[in-house]
Design a protein around this ligand. Structure first.
Ligand code: PRX
Length: 641
């Protein structure tokens, strides 16, 4: 059996086989790209994508900070790049594994997917969707999600996908912010053998919005007919014409909006454009995951997140490869499910989050040992730091010590991966992300905005020319865009992550703002606090993350009551309140009722102090508080639980 790694001087490097099959296998690429990043990306965009009209070379990169444009004036259609140009290959585009074990796996060739996308694009047009309109997609991981997204890109509509486990309120907020008129959803989906209903949430969410039509996929029931604003996905598709002319788009036209959490209570709509995003999605997929004709890539992320957009769907399709998606839970009907899927479908590239790796470690090796996983070549992780132990388990148990692990750092805002080791170059070092992708540059700055020395931890920032896949603003909110990304460091993109350099390689230390990563999901403390504060008994609250063995971090809430008494019932109600306003992924794992929150003289809640108390460390800076007594009281309450 081939081994794709070899050990030298205590580190893992690509083996000869890997070097030979890698699209990129020489360090030289970094230097060459750095000489002229604009030219480098221009060449890649030209070679990798199909353009209707090229851009003038002076417009390869145009910058007027805080905005910048790639391939300005170039014209293309995203869907043509993802589908039309691969039709001749007679190849499988999508493998869909439903959760119920008895249900059949569905495989769609590029041609079959193309037919469905064309028809659904015509449905959207019939419903009045035009170029530039926003379409919300609230679907589980089923083929219709991909069909809907691609159909939008075919007609130049901007899709905004909302995670199907988010609540009705969360969906509603996104519909309103995006001024959305058409919503695509489903009656539900399967999760751990149970039917999860979406219909009710959809009906609640559209109340008081401008939604005119809701196209519903029947996933759970075959019978239901729809009326009024609601219409059936299948019925509409049946009636639709089979060809839809792709809309010609400018490279800089928005392709999609994806809402993500920041430091304020309201999620922001990150806007991605067409040509730049496509270029980064194409090359990061091809070079990181080293995709060739016989590869099957499985990125386990849900389409509600950027990883699902770029690596479960768009990257593999832009490069003409096969992607696999799985509807359900990793441990259904037992914790062997994922490994069975890999063996059954000969998955070669597997990309997942550290939180699931840690969960599998806990299940025990008996669920994995009998699987040889011979098809695997490359493993990847994303979303949060991966510790040595989880890295080692992933390497040995899943990769069988044969496959490199790529620890990929990126964000919703960056559209595609930006810092990771390339499989043909190496080294693959636990806990280290690696180098900036060729043609991009990051530096680590200290408080004085000077580059850090040695292993000093500092702020990770990106330098101009900014990567092609980077966000193109925050939907309808220029101010937020400027304040979040461009205010702290002049003319540099602020990632809000901490990092340090280890022998020239970047190690990410985590967020420097009030954003948490709970089981890989990005949540802001302010968003949770807003939800809790909306309960009539609550006066104010503070949410802080604490480390957790499986989820990485979990949110803990401290609540000051306005009325009523602390009780288990109230704690339950507050958790429910978060479920209702955001979704169960954000539910605090514990609520402490306190009389006061530690505050500075200017009224700022000192979450840092709460964190120290939870970690049983001595809190620093208590003397600067306006109410130092609160600390002793909170310590007592926490120690009693
Ligand atoms: O803190 C970093 C962490 O995830 C944040 C971005 O979250 P999100 O927008 O949800 O996108 C996740 C998937 C791209 C980052 O600011 N993060 C992402 N990848 C890594 C990471 N932290 C450490 N190591 C990583 N590989």
């Amino acid at each position: 059996m081939n081994s794709y790694v070899t050990k030298k001087a205590g580190k893992y490097w690509p083996s000869k086989v890997m070097k030979k099959m890698a699209w990129v296998n020489s360090e030289k690429i970094y230097k060459d790209a750095a000489k002229n990043p604009v030219k480098f990306w221009g060449k890649l965009a030209q070679e990798g994508l199909t353009w209707e009209k090229p851009w003038e070379s002076k417009n390869t990169y145009v910058q007027k900070l805080p905005y910048f444009w790639w391939f300005k004036g170039g014209k293309l259609n995203f869907c043509v790049n993802a589908l039309d140009r691969h039709l001749d290959k007679n190849k499988t585009a999508l493998i869909w594994v439903p959760e119920p074990v008895k249900e059949k796996i569905i495989k769609l060739t590029y041609r079959q997917l193309y037919d469905k996308v064309n028809k659904f694009a015509n449905v959207l047009k019939k419903l009045g969707v035009k170029k530039g309109d926003r379409v919300a997609i609230y679907l589980p991981l089923i083929p219709e999600a991909l069909i809907s997204m691609l159909a939008c890109t075919r007609i130049g509509a901007i899709h905004t996908v909302v995670f199907s486990a988010f609540s009705a309120e969360a969906l509603k907020a996104r519909i309103i912010d995006g001024d959305v008129r058409v919503l695509i959803s489903a009656d539900g989906y399967y999760r751990r053998g149970k039917k999860e209903d979406l219909s009710k949430k959809v009906s609640q969410a559209i109340k008081g919005t401008k939604i005119k039509k809701v196209v519903m996929v029947r996933r759970l029931s075959k019978k239901k007919n729809y009326s009024g604003k609601f219409t059936s996905f299948d019925k509409e598709v049946e009636k639709a014409d089979s060809f839809c002319k792709p809309e010609t788009m400018n490279s800089e036209d928005p392709l999609f909006i994806l809402y993500t959490s920041g430091t304020t209570g309201k999620p922001k709509g990150v806007v991605h454009d067409t040509g730049g995003y496509a270029t980064q999605a194409y090359y990061t997929t091809k070079w990181n995951f080293n995709l060739h004709e016989d590869d099957v890539m499985w990125c386990t992320a849900d389409i509600g997140w950027i990883t699902g957009h770029t690596y479960a769907f768009y990257g593999p399709l832009l490069t003409g490869n096969t992607t696999l998606i799985y509807e359900g839970a990793p441990d259904f009907p037992n914790p062997s499910r994922w490994w069975k899927i890999i063996e059954q479908n000969k998955v070669t590239v597997f990309y997942t989050a550290p939180t699931v790796i840690r969960m599998y470690m806990r299940f025990g090796d008996k669920y994995i040992n009998k699987y040889k996983l011979k098809s695997l070549r490359i493993l990847g992780t994303v979303g949060e730091p991966i510790d040595k132990e989880a890295w080692g388990w992933y390497f040995k148990k899943i990769g069988k010590s044969r496959c490199p692990i790529l620890d990929t750092w990126w964000q919703t805002e960056t559209g595609g991966t930006l810092i990771n080791t390339l499989p043909g170059i190496g080294p693959f070092v636990p806990t280290i992300a690696g180098k900036s992708f060729p043609g991009t540059k990051h530096v680590i700055l200290n408080k004085d905005k000077k580059q850090t020395k040695g292993k000093e931890v500092g702020f990770l920032v990106q330098l101009s020319p900014f990567a092609p896949g980077m966000l193109h603003g925050v939907w309808n909110n220029h101010k937020k865009y400027v304040e979040t990304y461009w205010k702290k460091f002049k003319n540099k993109y602020d990632t809000s992550d901490g990092a340090y350099l280890d022998k020239g390689l970047i190690r990410i230390t985590g967020r420097t703002d009030d954003v948490m990563k709970v089981a890989g999901h990005r949540l802001s403390t302010a968003e949770l606090e807003n939800a809790i504060d909306n309960h009539p008994s609550v006066n104010e609250s503070a949410v802080v993350p604490v480390p957790d063995k499986i989820k990485g971090e979990i949110p803990i809430a401290f609540v000051v009551l306005e009325k009523g008494k602390p009780s288990q019932e109230l704690e339950k109600q507050l958790k429910k309140q978060v479920d209702k306003e955001i979704g169960p992924t954000a539910r605090p794992s514990k609520v402490f009722f306190v009389r006061n929150l530690p505050k500075t003289r200017s009224g700022k809640i000192m979450r840092r102090i709460l964190k120290s108390i939870l970690k049983q460390e001595e809190p620093k800076g208590v003397s600067t508080l306006v109410n130092p007594d609160s600390v002793e009281e909170i310590k007592k309450i926490v120690s009693q639980k």
